[in-house]
Design a protein. Structure first.
Length: 89
């Protein structure tokens, strides 16, 4: 999430806005460290390979669902870094 709410935070009038993006990242990092989040690899591999073009939110969500279904996924991106709209707006 690019955290557009931080710029609109009403606390920003007199103080610093709530840094929700930093808070969310810290929660997720802690969850991985504590084992609250566990990777769930697919139980069956299909043997099929699927290419997903574009690494924006939709492309990454598509790749995740295909991988969960047991397909091998190749994510293709024209930019030098992944993220699409999340990174480049």
């Amino acid at each position: 999430c690019p955290a557009p709410c931080e710029a609109a935070c009403t606390l920003n009038i007199d103080d610093n806005p709530v840094t929700i993006k930093t808070i969310e990242c810290a929660i997720v990092d802690r969850a991985w460290e504590e084992g609250w989040i566990k990777p769930l690899p697919p139980t069956v591999k299909t043997g099929k390979t699927v290419a997903v073009v574009g690494s924006g939110p939709a492309g990454m969500a598509c790749a995740q669902q295909l991988a969960r279904a047991g397909h091998a996924v190749t994510l293709v991106e024209k930019q030098d870094r992944i993220g699409g709209l999340l990174r480049y707006g």
